[in-house]
Design a binder for this molecule. Structure first.
Ligand code: NAP
Length: 309
């Protein structure tokens, strides 16, 4: 087996993403030791039971001591405070990274606290589930999914390449992007779709003429797939919308215009226009399957009664 990329890796935050990094780093021998810290004793104890690391620290400052790489896997809104807390304990030459779903705000929050002698390479693995906490960690979460690195200009290219190598070792494909561009791309591919899901589930919850039991009973008509997305972690998603405000509002503006156009097609009976759009959108799904980012199994790969035989 190859030599580890980092002698000591420190993971601050050990939920779905931090835990999955720990499992995959151990499986692929990417770190000599893994020091873990979490805000609460409860999460830290659970991560220990699950064997997600090698040493356990209530204090993040202790965890980062002598670490060659430090990765924050915490809600985006907490990145500044944690960067400030660990700054003075970082090893000179260490790579400091995160996994936040928003990048411009994370750079603005963390960079001012970090000493000049560390390499700051923010990252975002575009992989996840609607579950959270250490129990949700999956060893193969990053397999064939993209991780986007957004190093601020002037970052040492060797540090960027080392972190890219680590993520490739975890199974990911790696891309490098400007933080603002990342936020715009993710606004349309992830943030607005989540907002639509939260909204449609909220609208159904407010309907008085349709009972709750009818919503549940007939959910397989499409609603059910939105409820999966709308069950995602409230803290994480509140922070994403609070910290990617500009890009989300820009994309929502475009979305509303297109929705108004659809409304008009329906009102004025322009079925051909609807058909044209639905044909285009079908091709986009085919493209996603061909890019290896989804399976072609019907109904999103859900097992059906007949599959159990
Ligand atoms: P998670 O499972 O809920 O784990 C969150 C971790 O952060 C826990 O260790 C938690 O500690 C800690 N934490 C929570 N609030 C904190 C605070 N105010 N200060 C310091 N630590 C705090 O979350 P996750 O899904 O791994 O998400 C972590 C990050 O990954 C987020 O920035 C998110 O945007 C990003 N991300 C998520 C996904 C996804 O699908 N979930 C995908 C890509 C990127 P305690 O439990 O001890 O409180």
């Amino acid at each position: 087996m190859a030599e580890p990329i980092f002698q000591k890796l420190a993971l601050i935050g050990i939920g779905l993403i931090g835990g999955s990094i720990a499992l995959a780093a151990r499986k692929h021998n990417l770190a000599g030791t893994i020091a873990v810290s979490s805000r609460t004793a409860k999460t830290l104890a659970r991560a220990k039971e699950l064997g997600l690391g090698g040493s356990w620290h209530a204090d993040a400052k202790e965890a980062v001591k002598d670490a060659d790489c430090v990765i924050l896997s915490i809600p985006v809104g907490a990145s500044g405070a944690v960067a400030e807390e660990i700054a003075a304990s970082l090893k000179p030459g260490a790579i400091v990274s995160d996994v936040g779903s928003v990048k411009k705000s994370v750079v603005a929050q963390m960079a001012p606290h970090l000493p000049k002698n560390v390499h700051f390479v923010p990252a975002h693995p575009v992989a996840g589930t609607e579950f959270s906490g250490p129990d949700a960690a999956l060893v193969d979460l990053f397999q064939k999914r993209w991780t986007i690195l957004t190093p601020p200009s002037g970052t040492d290219p060797a540090a960027v390449e080392t972190l890219a190598k680590f993520w490739r070792g975890l199974g990911a494909n790696v891309d490098v992007m400007d933080p603002a561009h990342h936020d715009l791309v993710l606004a349309i591919t992830s943030h607005v779709p989540h907002l639509i899901a939260y909204n449609i589930v909220g609208t159904a919850a407010h309907l008085e003429e349709v009972t709750e039991s009818e919503v549940m009973k007939f959910s397989a008509g499409g609603f059910r797939d939105f409820t999966r997305i709308a069950s995602s972690d409230p803290t994480m998603w509140r922070d994403i919308f609070m910290h990617n405000r500009e890009a989300v509002l820009e994309m929502l503006g475009r979305f509303s215009e297109d929705l108004t156009a659809l409304q008009r097609f329906i009102r004025y009976g322009e079925g051909d226009k609807l058909f044209e759009l639905f044909t285009k959108t079908r091709a986009i799904r085919r493209g996603i399957i061909e890019a290896g980012q989804e399976t072609a199994v019907p109904d999103f790969g859900r097992p059906h009664e007949t599959d159990k035989s």
